[in-house]
Design a protein around this ligand. Structure first.
Ligand code: PLP
Length: 369
């Protein structure tokens, strides 16, 4: 039978995720299989938690990687912190804000969407207006909107939420490890991420952190959350001192995350954030030099994901196909209202290197003729 894996070429991943993975992280996945309750695995779990706290920039005790992709982090946040009937204010300025709202709706929440033009951050004044409408459990915002490339400021939103007695939930899927999330300094109560973006680890885990206030809200909740698998109280007992069996940890994924996080911490968070900023600035300058128009104003862009309008008369899919087939580079098409009109270019983790940007710009130039 044909071995499809052997035929896979190296691909430079500059789309909305996954990003390219460091060879040492891929090799970590091939470390010997051991039991998930083996004392040596327990040490790897502990070290991984410690590294995750550093990367989230938090002291939060309840910080762990959930089994599942970023959407599992989103769903865990919603099923644990939102009860039926709770009022939830959600920033709607992109595709993933809509997904958050949809998950909250399925939990029976009263969802109050703060509709904002795609490509712009949600304004604090609009959040305040929505919060004034009634007692609110949660304000949910996407920190780096992968559908648009907008970076959402979080400090003022945290302040507005707290003054109204609500908690702030931040989706850090496309920021963690590349853009400061600064959970403690910014007063974020709950944050979740994915592994396949700025952490440059394969997809499969959803790091989540929540502070004592949010943790208390989980403890005080009357009745169980509707999901057993994502019940934070149960999962925390497995990752905590008790090591109470809940489900079998995806052992090799945790090896990979452990290695990916060690690379982040060894590089240093500040140096890594600066690298992402510099590489993004290089990309923006290169695109503009080719007379392409960037979608988001510079001061509202996330360095991890850039959206650019597709020039008139250029076939979106044909260019992306050629980039992949001829140049070995993947970029993303746009979602929702921008489908066919914009490209999404990721500079995340290992992909965020100047040489990758030069290679991509030259390849795009060739494709555009
Ligand atoms: N939130 C954001 C901002 C994302 O970019 C993504 C994925 O691209 C998700 C959530 C969902 O993550 P996943 O696709 O890993 O389930």
């Amino acid at each position: 039978m044909e071995n499809l894996l052997e035929a896979l070429p190296e691909t430079l991943l500059m789309g909305p995720g996954p990003s390219s993975v460091h060879p040492s992280t891929l090799r970590a996945m091939a470390a010997p299989e051991i039991g998930h309750l083996d004392p040596r695995f327990l040490r790897i779990m502990d070290q991984t938690l410690d590294l995750l706290r550093q990367v989230f920039q938090t002291q939060n005790q309840l910080t762990l990687p959930l089994s599942g992709t970023g959407s599992a982090g989103m769903e865990a946040a919603v099923v644990n912190f939102v009860r039926p009937g709770d009022r939830v204010v959600v920033g709607l300025n992109g595709y993933f804000g809509q997904r958050l709202a949809e998950m909250a709706r399925r939990q029976g929440a009263e969802v109050v969407g703060v509709e904002t033009e795609w490509g712009r951050p949600v304004e604090t004044a609009d959040l305040r207006k929505a919060l004034a409408g009634g007692p609110t459990r949660l304000v949910a915002l996407v920190h780096a909107e992968t559908s648009t490339g907008v970076l959402q400021p979080l400090e003022e939103a945290a302040d507005a939420a707290h003054r109204a007695g609500a908690m702030l939930l931040a989706d850090a899927v496309t920021s963690l490890g590349g853009v400061p999330v600064a959970v403690d300094a910014r007063g974020v109560d709950i944050a979740y991420a994915g592994t396949q973006k700025c952490l440059s680890c394969p997809p499969g885990l959803a790091p989540l952190t929540c502070n004592d206030r949010a943790r208390q809200a989980v403890e005080d909740r009357a009745g169980d959350p509707p999901s057993w698998y994502l019940d934070l109280k149960l999962v925390a007992r497995y990752w905590g001192e008790e090591r109470f069996y809940h489900h079998t940890a995806p052992i090799n994924m945790i090896y990979a995350l452990n290695q990916a996080l060690r690379l982040v911490v060894e590089e240093g968070l500040e140096a890594r954030f600066e690298r992402h900023r510099q590489v993004a600035r290089g990309l923006w300058a290169g695109l503009e030099a080719m007379e392409l128009r960037l979608v988001v104003p510079e001061d509202q862009r996330t360095p991890s994901l850039t959206t650019v309008w597709i020039p008139e008369g250029i076939d979106d899919a044909a260019v992306r196909r050629r980039l992949l087939a001829v140049h070995g580079i993947e970029i993303g098409g746009a979602l929702g209202p921008w489908k066919g009109r914009a490209w999404r270019i990721g500079t995340m983790g290992e992909s965020a290197r100047p040489q990758n940007v030069y290679r991509f710009l030259a390849a795009l130039g060739e494709c555009l003729g």
